[in-house]
Design a protein around this ligand. Structure first.
Ligand SMILES: [Zn+2]
Length: 386
């Protein structure tokens, strides 16, 4: 994660960094007894001190671990106990002066010194619709699974964790550049109609531990979206074990019932997935459940999926195709298909942010009695900076 990506559309962060750099240079120069060019400048003088405005310091945001790693502390001014790997995004929802209370990938809290990380303050989500400024958008992409949690694995050994990450990176790349979109055909080309997105953050990024193949808990993933103030949160997955054959891809997009707008986001991404996948020929094994859907836990009436239950921002889980099926695994192994998947997510998010359109096949929430089990966070290990 580089500062350019994090800082785009966030001049206050850049300004703070620049101000800090100037201050550090001045202090270093004075300690060394160096006369700076500024000291010899005999230009205009000011008779009044510059006005210092008290700035409200937001409590929440994202802290990205810079090259070289960062110390995790058990408490402000206590002891550092671990040096965390570079390239990880740490969400924080509380700060105490210069200390940020972050959530680690293993769903635990720790303190970091704000001066040791690249801080991006929480986005204030904009109103959706035609006035939405995509150059200020904050999107969180969540590549499903990682490390010992492989997700679904195809008959040839292709794993969800690998494919999901690659697709998420492709979405980020698309969002990082301005494009023209032919909305009749879905074709995306370089242009200016859709601005480059302000900020796109991955919960598992290739600059992180093990090239992005690391474990990340559901609590952590959701907290990244919440602390970021994401305009949209998209978790990227592929499915396993279809119930029956289908004439069309068995794509499913699950939405949060608690976070407003999630159903519309799901419908639009679903519609765009079908458009993208129509270009490909396969013996689709699809499921019997298609479209934008929501699952409720019958005991709590709340979202069945922990990620969507925690969401406070428009949030969906995309299940593109069935990696467990030979034809669909073969497609997922190709660059063309991954790019088509990524383009569908891109177009769906653009339409969600900048129009009032609703997508296709948005189904009402239904109770889900099957216990899919939960991925245990037990034994989750943080990656140390080498
Ligand atoms: Zn999955």
């Amino acid at each position: 994660m580089n500062l350019q990506i994090l800082g785009r559309g966030r001049p206050i962060v850049v300004a703070l960094v620049v101000a800090a750099a100037i201050a550090m240079f001045a202090i270093a120069a004075s300690l060394l007894g160096v006369r700076t060019a500024q000291a010899e400048y005999a230009g205009p003088t000011f008779t009044t001190a510059p006005v210092v405005t008290k700035v409200e310091v937001p409590q929440a945001g994202l802290a990205t671990v810079p090259v070289g790693g960062v110390d995790l502390w058990s408490g402000p001014d206590r002891d550092p106990y671990f040096r965390l790997h570079e390239g990880v995004v740490l969400p924080f929802l509380h700060r105490n002066g210069d200390w940020l209370l972050v959530t680690t990938m293993c769903n635990e809290t720790a303190w970091v010194d704000a001066a040791d990380v690249e801080v991006q303050l929480q986005n204030q989500p904009q109103d959706l619709g035609s006035s939405f400024d995509i150059s200020e958008a904050m999107i969180v992409l969540d590549p499903g699974h990682g490390d010992r949690d492989w997700g679904g694995v195809g008959p040839s050994g292709l794993s969800e964790k690998e494919v999901n990450l690659d697709i998420a990176v492709r979405v980020r790349d698309l969002m990082g550049t301005a494009h023209d979109v032919d909305w009749d055909s879905g074709a995306i080309s370089l242009g200016s109609e859709v601005a480059a997105f302000g900020s796109v953050v991955l919960t598992r990024d290739i600059v992180g531990p093990n090239d992005g193949d690391f474990e990340a808990g559901l609590g952590y993933r959701a907290t990244v979206g919440i602390a970021a103030g994401a305009d949209a949160f998209v978790s990227i997955h592929n499915n396993t074990v279809p119930r029956k054959a289908s004439d069309i891809p068995g794509s499913e997009v699950y939405y949060s019932t608690g976070a407003e707008g999630s159903d519309r986001l799901a419908g639009l991404i679903y519609e765009e997935l079908l458009r993208s996948f129509a270009e490909f020929d396969a013996d689709w094994r699809g499921g019997e459940l298609l479209g934008a859907r929501a699952r409720l836990d019958p005991e709590t009436d709340d979202d069945y999926y922990g990620l969507l239950r925690r969401a406070t921002m428009p949030a969906v889980i995309v299940e593109g195709v069935y990696i467990s099926e030979p034809d669909e695994e073969a497609l997922l192994a190709t660059e063309d298909f991954r790019e088509a998947y990524a383009e569908a997510v891109y177009r769906g998010v653009v339409r969600f942010l900048s129009t009032a359109e609703s997508g296709a096949d948005v189904n009402s929430p239904e109770y889900f009695h099957y216990d899919a089990g939960t991925v245990s966070g037990n034994g989750c290990g943080l990656a140390a900076q080498p």
